[in-house]
Design a protein around this ligand. Structure first.
Ligand code: IDP
Ligand code: MG
Length: 138
């Protein structure tokens, strides 16, 4: 059993897509083991995306991620990390496969609806950043 960290990003929450996205998660067989709605602070957005600090899109990305509430989740299942990344599709919705969340709902390479951890180490880090163990109910 693997766990991954997911975010329904501000553009998706604002457009009322949370339910559609949660439905796709559960339909895939992944289990939602933690969930909370929060408004990211600038400091937390910058920490969360620290790996991208030197990229030209970093400041705009942090503006976007703090522009409204997000829904944060921990997903659990076999191969949860790659399974969730497959459900999301490629970073740029233009390049995402048909039927993926980013293809169906994405606005552009920045406003791409969802986040998903990319590896076991980042998944563990990202989960611990937002959720104390007592809030993860498997
Ligand atoms: P990922 O979310 O598919 O893992 P990353 O490369 O880790 O993609 O980038 C993190 C986030 O930064 C993306 O989901 C997207 O919101 C934003 N982003 C990535 N590349 C660009 C870009 O070229 N321009 C603007 N925003 C970008
Ligand atoms: Mg990434």
């Amino acid at each position: 059993m693997e766990r991954t960290f997911a975010i329904v990003k501000p553009d998706a929450v604002r457009r009322g897509l949370t339910g559609d996205i949660l439905k796709r998660i559960e339909a895939s067989g992944l289990k939602i083991v933690a969930l909370r709605k929060i408004h990211l602070s600038r400091v937390d957005a910058e920490k969360f995306y620290d790996v991208h600090r030197a990229r030209p899109f970093f400041s705009g990305l942090c503006d976007y991620m703090t522009s409204g509430p997000v829904v944060i989740l921990v997903l659990q299942g076999e191969g949860a990390i790659s399974k969730w990344r497959q459900l999301m599709g490629a970073t740029d919705p233009k390049n995402a496969d048909t039927g993926t969340i980013r293809k169906d709902f994405g606005i552009d390479v920045e406003k791409n609806v969802t986040h998903g951890s990319d590896a076991p180490e980042t998944a563990a880090q990202e989960i611990a950043f937002f959720f104390p163990a007592r809030e993860i109910l498997a």
